[in-house]
Design a protein around this ligand. Structure first.
Ligand code: FE2
Ligand code: FE2
Length: 291
């Protein structure tokens, strides 16, 4: 079997096409109402799924814009980006339904989230967009996986299982995008990306604090656990891809009780994500334990 990191664009495209065949058949089972422990738990759930909605919206737009740019030099990769964006669009649809079902709606973004996305939307270089997107996918899948551990209601578990499963597939897919985009980028762009990497890394780890203020009563993930998980998962991802030359900032790792040596094993993580994603091609077969 070809290792995850060496899979060609054609393999990713065939996976995305197979996933698309069944994507719209999968429906949320919203039949048992949720007995919230308090109104603040429900409000926190609305905040949690609003943040997810914004991530999907941004992912969809960026993926389709990149597809238009990349089509000129790699039509196969551009098609991957389109199908990948469509998956985010499907998540956005599911989240819209889910939010309405829990008595919420799509709300304007808060100050911190809003400035984050405005900054991201201003990124115009392909490699910056792909890197940022990959890092967003990583913290997204980490958050969903941790929230799933604490979730008990079947509908919440189903929503989080879908998101965890698909975002775990999007992470290695975006690693593939980043490698191809960087292979064409001039040296100066690579240097620029290395300079940008650390502030983005720190901002994403710090974003755990902003989300705790709003979503903690729902997902029950303590700040330290979430911030450490972000730093670790991002660190592992780039430790497994030394050719990218992007490594986690030591002082931040140290502050969270992590060392560079703790970050080995990103390969297995990617392989596990892809194995879960391959199983997810037949979406009915997905087991939560595989995530
Ligand atoms: Fe998504
Ligand atoms: Fe995604």
């Amino acid at each position: 079997m070809i290792p995850v990191r060496d899979r060609p664009t054609s393999w990713w495209l065939s996976m995305l096409k197979r996933r698309r065949e069944r994507m719209y058949d999968e429906q949320l089972a919203l039949d048992t109402p949720i007995a919230w422990s308090s109104e603040s738990e429900r409000q926190a759930a609305i905040a949690f799924f609003n943040a997810a909605y914004r991530a999907e919206e941004s992912g969809l737009r960026q993926a389709h814009e990149l597809a238009d740019q990349i089509a000129a030099w790699d039509p196969e990769l551009a098609e991957c980006l389109r199908l990948y964006g469509d998956e985010e669009g499907w998540h956005r649809e599911l989240l819209t339904k889910f939010l309405a079902w829990i008595g919420g709606d799509v709300r304007p973004m808060g100050r911190v989230t809003g400035s984050f996305y405005r900054l991201y939307a201003r990124a115009d270089r392909v490699e910056t967009i792909v890197l940022t997107n990959l890092m967003f996918e990583t913290i997204g899948s980490t958050t969903y996986r941790l929230a799933l551990r604490n979730a008990t209601h079947p509908a919440v578990r189903q929503m989080l299982t879908i998101l965890t499963r698909d975002e775990s597939f999007h992470v290695p897919l975006n690693v593939h995008f980043l490698k191809l985009v960087l292979a064409r980028a001039p040296t100066l762009s690579r240097v620029r990306l290395r300079v940008l990497f650390r502030p983005i890394y720190c901002a994403l780890v710090a974003s755990a604090a902003a989300s705790r203020r709003r979503a903690l009563a729902f997902d029950r993930i303590p700040l330290r656990v979430l911030a450490r998980a972000y730093a670790e998962q991002l660190g592992r991802l780039f430790a497994a891809e030394p050719s990218l030359g992007l490594s986690a900032p030591r002082p931040l790792l140290f502050a969270l009780g992590l060392r560079r040596a703790d970050l080995a094993g990103g390969d297995e993580l990617a392989a596990a994500s892809v194995a879960a994603a391959e199983a997810a091609v037949d979406r009915a077969r997905v087991e939560v334990s595989a995530l």
